[in-house]
Design a protein around this ligand. Structure first.
Ligand SMILES: NC(=O)C1=CN([C@@H]2O[C@H](COP(=O)(O)OP(=O)(O)OC[C@H]3O[C@@H](n4cnc5c(N)ncnc54)[C@H](O)[C@@H]3O)[C@@H](O)[C@H]2O)C=CC1
Ligand SMILES: O=C(O)CCC(=O)C(=O)O
Length: 317
């Protein structure tokens, strides 16, 4: 009987390089039949008898893991943010959860920077306006000399800081573990979170979703931001209270925002979509050809290692 790998992560299933590694082992690949992340119920229905699960942003709950045990030997996250996976239940069943550290950092950092520039120069708004028959120029702002605040200075935050140096920005950051390399290489100044939020002209979020970060951008903290500031969130939607952000954007508390991630995805019928000073993308930070290949190769390698009895390289602790 061939070993079975359920590939819920749609990016992985489109990566012939990653799939080839699994196919070379003779595994049977079962693909996510939906054109979106899988729900708990859908995963529970398909997980029985599966040896490995490659998960994207699918709902890998305790019920899914319980339904997969004892056959399920590994959950390989196609990416880095594993807040959608019930790691503690996986641990109880002795199932390692692996990630692909750094594999998509460049892709996400480039999108974050693209969003930052799109916000401050109103790029999507001007594109829309020309298509509607007008030739109005929006006067924006330069980013050189402005303060970029980064919350979560890890792999992605570091890549964002590297790019900000090229734009001659002043970089301030908050992280629970300051990294001296970022101070040395990119001139990052670490500050307490309230100071980063208050001083930033652009506030870019790159921390994981944890009990310590959920809701860090809320009514109270938004009111401490500059009125001219822009918020960029390519981390996780639940870092931002969306109702409070709507209020802040519609009443001029901050100038604008760009969001790639949302509390509930896909984003549907959100009041945020009625605002002109917001740009949204569909959790596409990691969606580049290069990033998907790197991420898939790491995930496939982890699956092969575990299914052949070896320890994974990048298991979540
Ligand atoms: N939009 C997208 O497609 C993607 C989004 N992401 C999100 O970005 C996040 C960051 O990714 P990486 O930089 O690769 O992870 P990383 O683990 O390299 O960096 C995360 C950083 O956040 C810091 N951190 C943890 N808790 C914190 C707290 N309470 N306050 C401040 N800092 C805290 C850590 O010390 C670390 O330096 C992921 O967890 C994921 O949620 C990641 C990849 C793609
Ligand atoms: O789109 C993906 O593959 C997941 C990207 C992501 O959010 C992550 O790596 O945490």
């Amino acid at each position: 009987m061939p070993k079975k790998v359920l590939i819920a992560a749609r990016s992985f299933s489109r990566s012939k390089e990653a799939k080839a590694i699994l196919e070379a082992q003779g595994y049977e690949l079962i693909l996510n039949p939906y054109d979106r992340p899988m729900t708990e119920a859908e995963l529970v229905e398909m997980i029985a008898g599966v040896d490995a699960l490659v998960a994207g942003n699918d709902d890998v709950t305790g019920a899914v893991i319980a339904a997969g045990a004892p056959d399920l030997k590994i959950i390989a996250k196609h990416g880095v943010g594993y807040n959608n996976i019930d790691v503690s239940t996986a641990k109880q069943y002795g199932i390692p959860v692996t990630v692909a550290p750094g594999a998509n950092s460049q892709s996400v950092a480039e999108l974050a920077f693209g969003l930052l520039l799109a916000c401050v120069r109103s790029i999507p708004q001007m594109d829309c306006s020309i298509r509607a028959g007008s030739w109005d120029r929006v006067t924006g702002y330069e980013v050189g000399g402005k303060v970029l605040g980064i919350v979560g200075m890890g792999n992605i935050g570091g890549e964002v800081a590297k790019r900000a140096c090229g734009f001659n920005m002043k970089i301030i950051a908050y992280d629970i573990y300051p990294n001296p390399e970022f101070i040395k290489n990119y001139g990052v100044t670490y500050l307490p979170l309230p100071e980063v939020i208050a001083q930033a002209d652009f506030l870019s979020l790159h921390a994981p979703s944890t009990p310590g970060t959920i809701g860090i951008i809320n009514r109270t903290t938004l009111r401490t931001m500059k009125k001219t500031a822009f918020l960029i969130n390519t981390a996780r939607g639940d870092l931002v209270n969306e109702e409070d952000l709507y209020e802040a954007l519609s009443s001029g508390i901050i100038a604008g925002a760009a969001l790639d991630t949302f509390a509930k995805e896909p984003l549907e019928n959100s009041p945020l979509l009625t605002l002109k000073n917001i740009i949204v993308t569909p959790h596409a930070g990691a969606a580049t050809h290069e990033g998907v290949i790197r991420t898939g190769l790491i995930g496939a390698g982890e699956v092969v290692r575990v299914l052949s009895g070896q320890a994974p390289h990048y298991a979540v602790k």
